[in-house]
Ligand binder design. Structure first.
Ligand SMILES: [Zn+2]
Length: 518
């Protein structure tokens, strides 16, 4: 049973989709006027894990992320750069897509663009006018907030406490709280023809239009950063429910924002605290000037995509994510724990961790039997991982269990001295494979450990590192000849910890550098 925290009710609720077995998710996407920074990747990483988990639980999930490709910011930036707005949008969409691809986010089913939905936006707006919820005024069209008695129900604001949407057009509005559905074009601005003259859509209307077109009038999950609760999501609800006369969304999910932090957090420990209701409190520290605001593609030059994914998922999605380079570096170090184990696993079993089968569903993975202490421990970590995920997608707690599991697997190898071929038995190796298969299964749920990390640079041939490794290999060979197996093993395992694998072949021993931090 999965429970989801619903911003609308401020409660965790049992997850029950509109149609049994099917889930529709809409996540507000980027306004494409500048390159993405890490803050833009938070929502996609979180909802990628959520989609993976729901799919793993047997749901057929459709995930939509919209692209806002017409907006004041795009118009201003295209003027500044002297290029058409559409050209700017294409450039930034390509940047966004490249970042998603680098992160392995491949579960988004639709990327609707505002400019490709203008006709539907006009139809939706005409409908709202016909039903009395909206009015044209001097080339613009405004939504009449006073016609919706429960306006403010998501953000829980009273109308009097809401700041008007900005000075523009204020003299044409009936009330300062009304917001624009359609904006008349100013000279030299891009425009589309409409019943109200040339203009372009407001921001909020595009999400109401595209979500209902692709997911239906009532759909399951609407996500976004918590800075979007007001006014954006409040206005989406007002528009959609006014037009369709039914609830727009079952579960409103809002993720915490990325914040610059100097705090040093330890990744890999248990982080199981459940987020408090700090919806408004987080906005103050929203990331802006720190390195986190630099283009995401630059961050990808320094950190593995998998490190960034693990970093973001280590915090519960409703909490603010404290960004610092130090914390990213800590995560980079922490993830090595897994890579080291994968190397060990391959040395012992002769097969790659990445070749292990991934159970397609939770049911399939449930067949795991725990008839000895080791397998009981493994099954226990798996059960707790699933409990965390069932509890409002607590990926931070789940990742804590992944670290516990890899520690348990390492202990199994150590206790039975499996690094030494003389101590291996088919039963012990088979148990290790079964344990590692669970790690692969659970990692897969979070989108982790899907393929080997990129190889690090090898030491140049004939360089000092290569010469030292050759020397150690020859000392080890001599130790083996002298039947000093303890010394030989010590060299092998010591090098293994540094990410150097020794392969004994008929023609001698070869060293190979796998993945290592240096
Ligand atoms: Zn939106």
């Amino acid at each position: 049973m999965i429970r989801v925290y619903n911003t609308l009710t401020r409660k965790k609720e049992v997850f029950e989709p509109v149609q049994p077995g099917k889930v529709g998710i809409y996540l507000c996407g980027p306004t494409v006027y500048k390159p993405s920074h890490i803050g833009h990747m938070v929502g996609p990483i979180i909802f990628d894990a959520i989609k993976r988990y729901l799919t793993y639980n047997g749901y057929k999930v459709t995930w939509v992320v919209n692209i806002t490709d017409v907006d004041d910011k795009l118009i201003a930036e295209s003027e500044r750069r002297g290029i058409p707005m559409s050209e700017l949008a294409e450039e930034m969409i390509a940047d966004y897509m490249a970042n998603l691809q680098a992160l392995g986010i491949d579960g988004i089913d639709h990327f609707p663009r505002a400019t490709e939905n203008i006709d539907a936006i006009i139809t939706f707006t005409e409908d709202l006018i016909r039903k009395g919820y909206a009015y044209p005024a001097g080339g613009d069209v405004y939504f009449d907030v006073s016609k919706v008695p429960d306006y403010g129900k998501l953000s829980r604001r009273k109308l009097e406490s809401m700041l008007p949407e900005g000075g523009e057009g204020v003299e044409r509005k009936r009330s300062p709280y009304d917001f624009a559905l359609w904006k008349g074009a100013k000279p030299n601005e891009p425009f589309w023809n409409s019943p109200w003259g040339p203009g372009r859509p407001g921001w909020h209307i595009e999400c109401s239009v595209m979500s209902s077109r692709l997911l239906g009038e009532t759909f399951d999950i609407h996500g976004g950063g918590l800075d979007l609760i007001f006014p954006h999501h409040e206005n989406e609800i007002a528009q959609s429910e006014a037009r369709h006369g039914k609830p727009m969304v079952r579960y409103w999910m809002h993720n915490g924002l990325m914040q610059a932090a100097d705090e040093i957090g330890k990744v890999g420990g248990r982080n199981t605290r459940v987020a408090e209701d700090d919806l408004d409190a987080q906005q103050a520290g929203k990331i802006s000037k720190s390195k986190g605001a630099s283009p995401f593609r630059d961050l990808l030059k320094e950190y593995r995509p998998e490190t960034i994914r693990l970093f973001i998922l280590s915090t519960h999605y409703r909490r603010p994510i404290e960004f610092s380079e130090r914390r990213l570096q800590d995560t980079e170090t922490a993830i090595e724990t897994f890579y080291r184990f994968f190397e060990r696993f391959e040395r012992i079993t002769g097969q790659s961790f990445y070749s292990l089968p991934v159970p397609k569903s939770r049911k399939e993975g449930d067949l795991l039997d725990g008839n000895d202490a080791f397998m009981q421990d493994v099954a226990g970590h798996r059960a707790r991982f699933l409990e965390f995920m069932d509890d409002d997608f607590n990926t931070g707690g789940a990742i804590g269990e992944l670290f516990e599991l890899v520690r348990r697997l390492n202990r199994f190898v150590d206790e039975h001295r499996l690094e030494d071929p003389q101590h291996r038995t088919p039963e012990k190796t088979a148990a290790l494979v079964r344990g590692a298969t669970v790690l692969r299964e659970l990692g897969h749920v979070l989108g982790l450990f899907r393929q080997p990390p990129p190889k690090r640079q090898l030491p140049e041939e004939g360089g000092m590192v290569a010469k030292l490794l050759d020397l150690l290999v020859s000392i080890r060979s001599e130790a083996r000849k002298a039947k000093n197996f303890q010394m030989a093993d010590r060299i092998r395992s010591g090098l293994a910890e540094l990410g150097v694998v020794l392969e004994d072949r008929p023609d001698g021993t070869q060293w190979r550098i796998t993945d290592q931090t240096g």
